[in-house]
Design a protein around this ligand. Structure first.
Ligand SMILES: [Zn+2]
Length: 62
């Protein structure tokens, strides 16, 4: 049985592969994906999402 992917940003479990995107083996749920797309640098949440993405790009947990 394969482990379900967990969103690196909000830690929610992706119920199926279509519920989000996988980048470099790390998952982002559809909710967070939409937030990232709509975020600008002025949003307070922006840093949270960027730090989550940085975990993906750096390939390790912060
Ligand atoms: Zn998420």
């Amino acid at each position: 049985m394969q482990e379900l992917p967990v969103c690196v940003i909000c830690r929610s479990v992706l119920a199926n592969p279509d519920a989000g995107i996988i980048i470099l083996g790390k998952a982002i749920c559809a909710d967070c994906e939409q937030k990232i797309i709509s975020l600008t640098g002025n949003e307070p949440d922006y840093a949270v999402y960027i730090s989550g993405l940085r975990k993906i790009w750096c390939g390790r947990e912060a």
